[in-house]
Design a protein around this ligand. Structure first.
Ligand SMILES: CC(C)(COP(=O)(O)OP(=O)(O)OC[C@H]1O[C@@H](n2cnc3c(N)ncnc32)[C@H](O)[C@@H]1OP(=O)(O)O)[C@@H](O)C(=O)NCCC(=O)NCCS
Length: 149
C-alpha cells in the first residue's frame, strides 16, 4: 500500500537516492536535511508500506504567506504511471490549503511533457517561460500557477 507522510531530517539519505534516479542535476542530502528543518517548507513523501516503508517519491513546497512554491516532484521510476504522483500532489494541495495557501506556483522544463501533463490535469496553467532556467542541459522553464485550490 502507498501512504503519505511529512519528511523529517532523518529521511534525507533515502531521498537523495530517489533524487539520483530522477534528475540530471540531483539535490544533495544536505538540501533535503535543510528543508526538513525549515518551518516554511512542507515536504510530503510517498511510502510503500509493502516494502519496509521505502520512500518512493516526494513533493516539496515552500510556503510564503498565501503562496506556495512547489520546489520539486519526483516518483521513483519503478513506481510511475500508477497515479501516485497525482495522489501525492492532491494530498499536498489539501495540506497547504489548510495552512492558508490560496495559490501555488512551480517551474518545469519546457520539454517535460509527463510533468506538464500531470500539472495541467490538476488545474495548473502556464503563464510564461524563464529562458535558460535549467542547466545540464540548458533549457527554459515553463512557469505554472494554480490559483483556485
Ligand atoms: C512527473 C512524475 C512525478 C509523474 O509521476 P507519476 O506517479 O508517474 O504520475 P501519475 O501516474 O500520477 O500520472 C498522472 C498524470 O500525469 C501525466 N503523466 C505521467 N507520466 C506521463 C508520461 N510518461 N507521459 C505522459 N503523461 C504522463 C498523465 O497526464 C497522467 O494522467 P493519466 O495517467 O490519467 O494519463 C514522474 O514521471 C517523475 O518523477 N518524473 C521525473 C521527475 C520530474 O520530471 N519531476 C517534475 C519536475 S518539475
Amino acid at each position: 500500500m502507498i501512504t503519505f507522510r511529512r519528511m523529517v531530517p532523518e529521511d534525507a539519505d533515502a531521498l537523495a537516492v530517489v533524487e539520483e534516479k530522477c534528475f540530471s542535476v540531483p539535490w544533495s542530502r544536505e538540501a533535503f536535511w535543510r528543508d526538513a528543518s525549515n518551518t516554511d517548507a512542507y515536504y510530503l513523501l510517498a511510502i510503500d508500506t509493502g516494502q519496509n516503508d521505502r520512500i518512493i517519491g516526494y513533493v516539496g513546497c515552500w510556503i510564503l504567506a498565501y503562496e506556495g512554491s512547489i520546489t520539486n516532484v519526483a516518483i521513483d521510476p519503478e513506481y510511475r504511471r500508477q497515479g501516485i504522483g497525482r495522489k501525492m500532489l492532491l494530498k499536498l494541495i489539501e495540506i497547504v490549503k489548510e495552512k492558508g495557501v490560496t495559490a501555488l506556483t512551480l517551474e518545469v522544463r519546457v520539454s517535460n511533457a509527463p510533468a506538464i501533463s500531470l500539472y495541467e490535469g490538476l488545474g495548473f496553467k502556464s503563464v510564461g517561460q524563464r529562458p535558460k532556467y535549467y542547466t545540464n542541459p540548458v533549457e527554459a522553464a515553463e512557469i505554472m500557477w494554480k490559483t483556485h485550490l
